[in-house]
Design a protein around this ligand. Structure first.
Ligand code: FE
Ligand code: FE
Ligand code: ZN
Length: 289
């Protein structure tokens, strides 16, 4: 047996990690690219329901989580739309999100990232109201759970809600139990939605702080953007190779108040993890000591 020395990672920079072969496999994969945090799907992200969690698998996952003390977040499936009107899709969305929360809870994962939803033509105002009402329903159904729902900032593709910080602020207000909500700040999405992270990252962050609050951010998604400012295109690019440039990443990484926030790459992957290593290395070079 070959003993491999694990790199000592002292920051919370990480990546979205595959769980192929079993959920707990993510820990080794994350370590092999040098992650100080990671994100997973706890079930197939293109299906409504997951295979029930296996007891041994859960035990092993929790053992590794406790042993490595590495922050882990979960990302909910892509089919969920809490902005949908009454009907089978809405019922499935609500059931699926409840399942996401239960799975995360069973695994000891503190939050589930969620794309707030699409209004599908009903309009932004109506969409926000609908989403907030369904979030309340989900929170009521999972009252005993300690898992938070982290609303992700979106690029504003199609009819998606969450591309304005005001949307998130209004959802918070309407849901009225802020302790169970949180935010996942995706740099590519915020930029594509029209916030100029390229030339005025501090201003964008101040605006977010004013409307929602820094303390709500439990995760960053660090992605550069293939689409330009305001393009509303959700296309991720390697760090420094897209339209955002490096400044925004430097500013966020050196902000003391974000020091404990896991920061996750969702940039293009390769089998060997070369891309993740490259992006993590570049990001680490931006942190001033
Ligand atoms: Fe996402
Ligand atoms: Fe994201
Ligand atoms: Zn995206």
């Amino acid at each position: 047996m070959r003993l491999e020395r694990r790199p000592v990672v002292s920051d919370f920079l990480g990546s979205h990690i595959s769980t192929a072969g079993g959920l707990s496999k993510a820990f080794d994969r994350a370590a092999s690219v040098g992650c100080g945090s990671f994100q997973i799907f706890t079930k197939n992200n293109f299906q409504w329901a997951g295979k029930p969690l296996d007891r041994d698998e859960v035990a092993e996952f929790k053992r590794l989580l406790a042993a490595q003390k590495i922050p882990v977040g979960s990302h909910s499936g892509y089919l969920i739309n809490l902005g949908a009107a009454s009907g089978p899709n809405l019922d499935k969305s609500i059931a699926s999100m409840i399942e996401e929360i239960e799975r995360a809870g069973a695994l000891g994962i503190p939050f589930v990232v969620l794309h707030p939803g699409n209004h599908l033509g009903a309009g932004e105002k109506a969409g926000i109201r609908t989403i907030a009402a369904h979030l309340k329903k989900i929170l009521a159904a999972t009252k005993k759970s300690a898992v938070r729902i982290a609303l992700e900032t979106t690029a504003g593709q199609g009819t998606s809600i969450g591309c304005r910080f005001e949307h998130l602020a209004e959802i918070y207000e309407r849901v009225g139990s802020p302790v169970w909500l949180a935010v996942c700040f995706d740099t590519c999405h915020v930029f594509a939605a029209g916030y100029d992270l390229r030339s005025q990252p501090e201003k964008v962050l101040r605006e977010f702080d004013r409307l929602v609050g820094f303390k709500e951010i439990v995760m960053f998604h660090f992605n550069d953007s293939k689409g330009d400012l305001g393009s509303r295109l959700d296309r991720h690019e390697h760090i420094g190779k897209g339209k955002i440039g490096l400044d925004a990443f430097r500013v966020i990484l050196n902000e003391r108040r974000f020091r404990d926030v896991p920061t996750i790459l969702e940039t293009p992957k390769d089998e060997a993890g070369k891309n993740d290593r490259m992006n993590l290395k570049l990001l680490r070079s931006l942190i001033s000591s």
